[in-house]
Design a binder for this molecule. Structure first.
Ligand code: GLU
Length: 467
């Protein structure tokens, strides 16, 4: 339900998967729109035909949907809006805010070189820029022009960035930007401007690699008589070593985190804290994020990816998740590890092991002990642990356990105690052989709970095997 005029957008270029930086930018735009009960628009910037693919579009949509960020409008595709961009270009040529420029790229390069040689910013020299009283060169035959925006040359273009504060560019530094190529196709910055205008975008939150585009976009918006949105440029995410986040630091594709067993809620929480804060709160729900989100608390400095913290956040979400719901997401992972696994009791299994897990994959591996067919311990381990002495201890335990009227954790805890007393031994002397005999391993979660979960039949059968 939208009740305000706030409209934000996420405008990815579909040239690969949805990476962590993009996901975080999307999350901030989404949270801002939700906070203001506004509208969140998804726009696919697919005009780079060589690099854009339908698979990448799908990957972006899948990534957003995994994180639970749904667009209220879109996806809109720039390639479907070319006629609209051309319509505006024609209007601008008509009203004099744009002009045809017949300089070739080689000629422009010479102009840039000249400017460089004079110690100035390399730029187009305005040969074809119409001015009052100026005579333009004769139009060369057989040459198709580009269209340039007639950028104001006086004054400055400034904005109060929602993240970085006041930013100002002198207009004398801004070139007359090419807005259409010789074949008539519109260029990147121009499409963004027309889209932000047509889509009534009020707040643009994006990566700070776009800061230099902003004065160009603002001057065009002003020439069009459009309302200029607010801009917020978020600093990038660095790897733990302070370098730009990249594959070297682990997965950068958001969906790899699904594969590795991270919960979308944990990922949203973690990503939001990466560059945004609300007091000392490290753990917050989606609802709290929406309630608290503001651009004033976006950090001006780059944030650092911290895999340990992500694991800590994920562990928290695993712990607090309902066991049945957790079982529903872990079951496919268990079955992937062992297609023959029995996941009917998975919720109980997870209740026992979830306190120690950092990822869903940890849980799936831990659950195999209960869900997969029993695998006896390797002969070496059996020989080491299942001595004559310990077999006698196991026998005592088995007799007491077999006599139990009720097979549950408390009763089994009592049997363990009674066995220790009866044999005059300490826990390791019973614990280790019992674990090896009934689970095939030396280490397991709490023994009484493990035995309860495995069930009377299995436990006694496995003990009988080693007896
Ligand atoms: N398409 C641009 C990108 O993927 C974003 C443009 C924008 O947000 O204005 O980096």
């Amino acid at each position: 339900m939208t009740t305000s005029t706030v409209r934000t957008r996420f405008a990815p270029s579909p040239t690969g998967f949805l990476h962590l930086g993009g996901a975080r930018t999307a999350l901030f735009s989404w949270a801002f729109a939700r906070h203001h009960k506004g509208t969140f628009v998804l726009r696919i910037e697919d005009t780079d035909l060589e690099r854009s693919t339908p698979e990448a579009v799908q990957a972006i949509i899948d990534g957003m949907s995994w994180l639970g960020m749904h667009a209220d409008e879109g996806p809109f595709y720039q390639m479907q809006r070319i006629a609209r961009y051309q319509e505006i270009i024609a209007q601008m040529l008509e009203n004099g805010t744009a002009y045809h420029c017949y300089s070739t790229p080689e000629e422009v390069e010479v102009m840039r070189e000249k400017a460089r040689a004079l110690g100035m910013k390399p730029r187009y020299d305005g040969t074809w820029r119409p001015e009052a009283g100026k005579t333009l060169p004769a139009i060369p035959a057989d040459r198709k022009p580009v269209v340039r925006f007639k950028c104001p040359q006086e004054g400055a273009t400034s904005w109060d960035d929602m993240v970085k504060g006041r930013i100002s560019f002198s207009n004398s530094e801004l070139d007359d930007l090419i807005i259409a190529r010789p074949d008539g196709t519109p260029t990147y910055n121009f499409c963004v401007v027309v889209d932000d205008w047509d889509m009534n975008i009020t707040h643009v939150i994006r990566g700070d690699d776009h800061v230099n585009n902003t004065p160009r976009q603002i001057t065009i918006l002003q020439a069009l008589g459009a309302t200029v949105p607010e801009y917020g440029h978020v600093p990038m995410i660095l790897g733990p070593d302070g370098e730009k986040l990249s594959k070297r630091h682990g997965a950068v594709n958001i969906m790899d985190y699904d594969t590795q067993g991270y919960l979308p809620d944990a990922m949203v929480n973690y990503l939001a804290r990466l560059g945004w804060s609300h007091g000392d709160n490290e753990l917050f729900s989606r609802e709290q994020l929406i309630e608290w989100f503001d651009t004033r608390s976006l950090s001006r400095s780059a944030s650092q990816w911290d895999p340990k913290k992500l694991n800590w956040v994920n562990a928290h979400y695993i712990k607090q998740m309902d066991n049945e719901a957790l079982a529903a997401v872990v079951a496919p992972r268990v079955l992937k590890l062992d297609p023959a696994a029995n996941v009917s009791q998975l919720a109980d299994v997870l209740a026992l092991i979830k306190d120690r897990a950092e990822t869903l994959n940890d849980l799936a591996e831990g659950a195999l002990l209960f869900c997969s067919a029993f695998e006896a311990a390797p002969a070496e381990l059996q020989a080491e642990v299942l001595t004559e002495e310990s077999r006698a201890v196991l026998k005592t335990f088995a007799e007491k356990a077999a006599a139990l009227p009720e097979w549950n954790t408390e009763a089994l805890a009592q049997v363990i105690k009674d066995t220790l007393e009866a044999c005059g031994i300490k826990m390791p002397k019973l614990g280790i052989p019992l674990r090896v005999a009934v689970t095939g391993r030396k280490q397991t979660p709490a023994l009484d709970a493990v035995l309860a979960l495995l069930g009377r039949e299995q436990v006694l059968a496995r003990l009988a095997q080693v007896g």
